[in-house]
Design a binder for this molecule. Structure first.
Ligand code: ZN
Ligand code: MN
Length: 131
């Protein structure tokens, strides 16, 4: 019974995330699904998000602020606006630094490279022009 309840909550968390492009935080997801699951706790949301990341069904984006979550698992990078904090997909292929380093560096095996692009998004640039 309990396992079924947890998997339904996990499904709800995943489908909520699949419908969003804005890479929400755990808090945003919690607020978003509380309408359908009034008894869900923030802790349960965190636990299920960690499990989904472990299962490779979603991705976690770690940056300066709170962790963000992404249902898009295909390889891509993220742009984080320094002004408004929005996180956007950059679907332009960037050469994998892991391969490059493993080719020429022999003091260990690199498994992962985390990379985010930082700058000012076009919406923030436009609003600066208007004022
Ligand atoms: Zn911005
Ligand atoms: Mn993304």
């Amino acid at each position: 019974m309990a396992a079924l309840k947890y998997s339904r909550q996990r499904e709800a968390i995943k489908s909520y995330l699949c419908g969003r492009e804005d890479h929400p935080t755990a808090d945003m997801i919690y607020t978003g699904i509380r309408g359908d699951f009034p008894n869900i706790s923030l802790g349960t949301v965190y636990r299920n998000l960690s499990l989904l990341v472990e299962l490779g069904e979603i991705r976690k984006i770690t940056s300066d602020g709170a962790d963000r979550f992404d249902a898009r698992t295909a390889p891509h990078n993220h742009f984080i606006c320094r002004k408004c904090g929005r996180v956007m997909d950059v679907m332009i292929p960037v050469e994998d630094p892991v391969k490059r380093v493993n080719r020429d560096w022999n003091q260990g095996e690199v498994e992962e490279c985390r990379m985010e692009f930082y700058g000012i998004c076009s919406q923030c640039t436009d609003s600066a022009k208007c004022s």
